[in-house]
Design a protein around this ligand. Structure first.
Ligand code: FAD
Length: 309
């Protein structure tokens, strides 16, 4: 392994992106161009999501390889989940990643597919996956883990969630990638609490650019139960598309103007959020690029993050 992201993060704040494996061939054809635009910002790494229950897993490898084979220093990081994976399956898949030059991973339990009550695999939690990867592969992988500043939606309590995060560190994880959190007071509380609990791993903060109303509401509420600060609620309310932002054929005559106004206000909100996180002294800014480069580039340029990082 050439360089460890966790070590770089101890020295300076890094910038990275998350992409997802496109569902269509057309999406896959467009991805190299999107990545080329994102590489201009010299991201330390680009991570690729891993479909729950095995969906799109093949494409995940294709995307990771695309990043690995690019003519630059950007590191590919694969997300990897416990969903439907046996011990042997995990071992085989991870060996395949290593054989393809991918030695950085985000070890997750995974989002449970609709209707499932457990992972359907040999591991119930990310803690178990981290321990297994360390046991089987030693230091061959750099391992990131998820952290939830508001507490995971299914956690018993924030305190319990923090003890499991400490367990991930004790089992061999290297750094934290955070779940969405717009509530900065909560984030600061969590930051103090995890340090108090002895968690010393660097923190790479996940930020979703706010560009589309339906996607923002969906991301916040379909799985994560995020707090939406009043300011964000106001941006949504002021630009509400009637009858609702999920309607494919809204009767609202001002729908297009509202979409544009929402996007502009959302970009400003995202830029302010980046400022606030950086002021907290986080170790990395991880932007969910949503496989788009124009809006993401505008946010980076306007935020000054590349001149400051
Ligand atoms: P865990 O840490 O295992 O926690 C799950 C729940 O169990 C929590 O409530 C926790 O408090 C509790 N818990 C944890 N350990 C124990 C234990 N040992 N005993 C008892 N209870 C325990 N999902 C995907 O499917 N694919 C992706 O690509 C993906 N990418 C993501 C990227 C980021 C940056 C983040 C933050 C999340 C991502 N997710 C992804 C979502 C993630 O899989 C879900 O949030 C999932 O519900 C929990 O994953 P986890 O690794 O945090 O779980």
């Amino acid at each position: 392994m050439s360089k460890r992201l966790s070590e770089i993060m101890e020295e300076r704040t890094i910038l990275s992106f998350e992409v997802f494996p496109p569902k269509t061939d057309k999406g896959m054809e467009k991805l190299p161009d999107t990545l080329d635009h994102l590489y201009k910002y010299n991201p330390e790494y680009v991570s690729c999501t891993y479909g729950a229950g095995g969906t799109n897993v093949g494409k995940n490898m294709e995307v990771c390889k695309l990043i690995a084979d690019a003519d630059n220093d950007t590191i590919p990081v694969t997300h990897f989940t416990c969903i439907g994976n046996t011990r042997e399956g995990v071992k085989e898949q991870l060996q395949n990643y290593l054989d393809n030059g991918i030695d950085h991973m985000l070890a997750l339990r995974g989002d449970l597919p609709f209707g499932w009550t457990g992972t359907g695999g040999d591991f119930a939690y990310a803690t178990d996956l981290v321990a297994y990867v360390r046991k089987e592969f030693g230091d061959k992988f750099e391992i990131a883990v998820a952290g939830s500043p508001e507490g995971h939606i299914a956690c018993r309590s924030l305190e319990a969630d923090i003890t499991f995060l400490k367990q991930k560190q004790d089992n061999g994880a290297d750094y934290i990638m955070t779940q969405l959190c717009w509530d900065m007071e909560q984030f600061k509380y969590w930051l103090d609490a995890i340090r108090e609990a002895g968690i010393t791993m660097p923190i790479d903060v996940g930020i979703m650019p706010i560009l589309d109303m339906a996607a923002t509401i969906n991301m916040a509420l379909s799985r994560n139960g995020c707090v939406m600060p009043r300011e964000l609620c106001e941006i949504i309310s002021k630009n509400w598309i009637f009858p609702n932002p999920f309607d494919k054929e809204p009767f609202d005559a001002a729908a297009d103007e509202k979409k544009a106004a929402f996007k502009e206000a959302g970009k400003e909100y995202t830029i302010r959020q980046i400022d606030e996180y950086r002021a907290c002294g986080v170790n990395g800014i991880h932007l969910y690029a949503l496989n788009k480069w124009e809006d993401v580039s505008e946010i980076i340029d306007r935020s000054g993050i590349c001149t400051l990082v």
